[in-house]
Write a protein that binds this ligand. Structure first.
Ligand code: AMP
Ligand code: GLY
Length: 448
């Protein structure tokens, strides 16, 4: 079999690595991939197009037709929101993910909130606004803390949890008046502040059947103790002890099944990964903070290092409408630490040479370094390095984005997994590298 994985991050490295482990698989192409996917056995990076959006769909279809691709797995949300799955289906190509209609659950916060209200899915009370004056009046009425969200896609950064009314006003000015988030912020959703512990609940859905992935929790804030700005995620671990069997059951019946039923009733059966970002309150009741129409990043890395079933078989069953209700998981917990580049999340740094990376394809190691924003250097370190994702053994590996690596470890306890990941992370260095040493602290506190 030949597989095409679309995307360039740590999630895609983990997906490609899992697919390549299956003996049925000859070649995993990753478009455009990173240095990690280039070095992975049986994996090869490909550049399909330097254009975006609509053109990207036709480039994917052409590549699949010319390279006998049996299955496409789409990692990031942007191509899903613009309809890559619909385009592939029309061309008779098997592609795993939701249609553009279903992907609105992530693509528009307003769509998601209206969908949840219509289907009694528990979530924070909210109101949508396009003008600053009425948004501020609403904030005054509600008081702080309060949460301001850009309506469209903003790479996980379009959410401001405002502790004070002034911070909330500033967020409104940034989004609605100063247009800091572009079109994504021309409409905002203002939400009630939810309290509790967060968890990521990710499943595979084939239109009817639901296969929950192992539970996980990520750390969205940039700095230790969950402080600093929101990021795409600075680390994650699996399982999340906050999701007890009872909470799991509630999430399935109150959140996931209503999505499956409502999408089917609307004539748009949900297929692909579905990610519910949850707040679990003291009573163990889940509230949806957000839906994503894809696997989480960095949650994928600790989740997939635990997966013992074949990812390829699961996706094939998903495409055939025969998903099982359970997969096989390593009982041991896993934890991943994201190493970010200088300036992340406000900016990111490219071209810094990375040293201290362990061997990538050490099969027996319980630590795996998944790459995200990495590439091979063109030029020498004294020149201006430019990036290339094509495999070239002689070239140094350099940073090529905000989140650079996710060092992921499996161990007998979450604390041991944290320590194992920290040991490997500590040996890796590049200019401006930063990471959190406290990933998993909530689970560690519960266990001790
Ligand atoms: P989102 O991109 O919607 O997942 O939001 C990013 C982060 O902001 C979440 O992971 C939460 O930590 C926080 N957040 C978002 N919405 C709320 C809310 N209504 N109450 C409390 N925290 C929230
Ligand atoms: N880790 C959060 C996300 O994938 O959106």
């Amino acid at each position: 079999m030949n597989i095409l994985v679309i995307g360039a991050g740590g999630r895609e490295h983990a997906l490609a690595w899992q697919c390549a482990k299956d003996d049925k698989v000859q070649q995993v192409y990753v478009a455009p991939g990173n240095a990690g996917t280039a070095l992975e056995p049986k994996c090869q990076n490909v550049i399909l197009t330097d254009k975006k959006d609509a053109d990207e769909h036709s480039a994917v279809i052409e590549f699949c037709q010319n390279n006998a691709i049996d299955m496409v797995i789409v990692g990031p949300e942007a191509p899903l929101v613009t309809g890559i799955i619909d385009a592939c289906r029309e061309a008779g190509i098997k592609a795993w993910g939701p249609s553009a209609y279903c992907a609105q659950l992530e693509g528009s916060k307003t769509f998601a909130k209206e969908f949840m209200a219509a289907n009694n899915i528990p979530t924070a009370a909210y109101q949508g606004f396009t003008d600053a004056v009425s948004a501020k009046a609403y904030i005054n009425e509600q008081g702080a803390p309060i949460v301001i969200k850009a309506d469209g896609l903003a790479a996980g950064k379009g959410v401001i949890v405002a502790e004070t009314i002034e911070q909330a006003y500033d967020a409104i000015d940034d989004m609605l008046a100063d247009n800091k988030f572009g079109d994504a912020g021309s409409r905002v959703v203002i939400e009630q502040f939810l309290q509790g512990e967060e968890a990521s609940f990710i499943c595979m859905i084939d239109g009817d059947n639901v296969l929950p992935m192992a539970t996980s929790q990520d750390h969205k804030r940039a700095f230790e103790g969950d402080t600093g700005p929101n990021t795409g995620g600075m680390g994650a671990y699996s399982p999340a002890p906050v999701v007890t069997n009872e909470v799991h059951e509630k999430v399935m019946t109150q959140v996931i099944q209503p999505v499956v039923d409502a999408m089917k009733a609307a004539g748009h059966p949900y297929t692909g990964f579905l990610y519910a970002g949850l707040m679990i309150d003291k009573a163990g009741d889940p509230y949806v903070i957000e839906f994503n129409c894809r696997f989480g990043d960095p949650e994928t890395q600790p989740i997939l290092i635990r997966l013992q079933s074949s990812m390829v078989d699961l996706v094939a069953q998903g495409l055939a409408g025969t998903l099982p209700s359970q997969a096989d998981w390593d009982k041991r917990p896993a934890l991943g630490i994201v190493v970010a580049s200088k300036g992340y999340p406000e900016t990111s740094s490219k071209g810094d040479v990375i040293s201290g990376l362990p061997e990538l394809d050490n099969k027996d190691s319980a630590v795996k370094v998944f790459h995200a924003g990495t590439a091979f250097a063109h030029g020498t370190a004294t020149d201006n390095l430019t990036a290339d994702t094509q495999h070239d053994q002689d070239k140094e590996i350099i940073t090529n984005g905000g989140r650079v690596l996710c060092v992921t470890a499996l161990a007998d306890s979450i604390l041991e997994a944290q320590q194992a990941a920290l040991t490997v992370t500590g040996a890796i260095s590049f200019e401006g590298a930063h990471y959190r040493r406290d990933i998993g602290y909530q689970a560690i506190a519960r266990n001790s």
